[in-house]
Design a binder for this molecule. Structure first.
Ligand SMILES: O=C(O)CCCC[C@@H]1SC[C@@H]2NC(=O)N[C@@H]21
Length: 263
């Protein structure tokens, strides 16, 4: 399904424009419902839209998750948002993009709700150990004009019986009555600063480490065909997790990480 134009009662487009447009974000739309905001911006990019575009919705009928999973929530219970960017960093460093979004969501949630949001590598935003946000970044455009769609979904008003899995949570369930509009504005402002800093070549590793509960812990990295145990010691220039294992350091660019104990 394509996006349905109209006024979203959940996300106030005028207030969001006032709060975030003017720098990196150049154009912002909200819609009550759509298929997938990532799909919409992928299409918009192919049709010539300029980077800086933001699309947010209170509902998706075919929301995309990682590993070809679905990402869905009842109408106006979860923020679905995607932004179109044109990173200048070399592509091998684009593994940082989902990490930057995770940092921005962590900071935005903390600023707008006061909740103690933390990161699990690469980009799981957790509150009280439960997942508040899903992030999906996709490369679009050609070799001459590479771009990325950065998509994130933040659970806001979901009740316990509406959670997709028991390990998920929402700002409401964690005790915050924050509205979707101020929360999204805080996340977009933070994403602008983290993306801009990283894109001009600043190191953001120390700031990522400060927000991340994975580094400094004993972890198990679950791979398709094996499990690797060791101490997570850092994140490299490509966004990969560096783990000190019994057989030496290894870097993982993907994998499901389980936290064991503090190292
Ligand atoms: O599997 C995950 O954890 C990632 C979920 C990403 C969901 C967001 S919601 C906005 C954007 N549009 C999509 O279709 N997916 C992402």
């Amino acid at each position: 399904m394509d996006r349905v134009a109209g006024v979203s009662a959940f996300l106030d487009a005028d207030a969001l424009r006032l709060a975030v447009l003017g720098g990196l974000w150049t154009h912002l739309d909200t819609v009550p419902t759509t298929g997938s905001t990532n799909a919409d911006l992928t299409r918009a990019s192919a049709e010539g839209a300029a980077p800086g575009l933001v699309l947010a919705s209170g509902h998706q009928s075919t929301g995309r998750g990682r590993l070809a999973r679905r990402w869905e929530a009842p109408q106006d219970t979860s923020i679905a948002c995607s932004v179109l960017v044109a990173p200048r960093r070399p592509m091998p460093e684009w593994g940082w993009l989902p990490l930057l979004v995770g940092m921005a969501v962590t900071d935005g949630v903390r600023a707008a709700t006061g909740l103690d949001a933390r990161l699990k590598w690469p980009n799981d935003v957790l509150v009280a150990g439960r997942k508040l946000c899903g992030i999906l970044c996709e490369s679009v455009g050609g070799v001459d004009d590479p771009r990325a769609v950065l998509g994130f979904g933040i659970n806001v008003g979901l009740r316990a019986d509406q959670l997709p899995v028991p390990t998920a949570t929402s700002t409401r369930l964690e005790g915050s009555d924050v509205g979707a509009t101020p929360l999204l504005a805080a996340v977009l402002r933070s994403l602008e600063s983290w993306f801009t800093a990283w894109d001009r070549g600043d190191s953001v590793v120390a700031e990522y480490r400060r927000r991340c509960d994975t580094i400094g812990r004993e972890v198990v990295v679950h791979l398709a065909d094996s499990d690797v145990t060791g101490e997570a010691v850092g994140v490299d220039a490509g966004g990969g997790l560096v783990v000190r294992t019994a057989s030496g350091p290894r870097t993982f660019v993907a994998g499901d990480v389980e936290h064991l104990r503090p190292a």
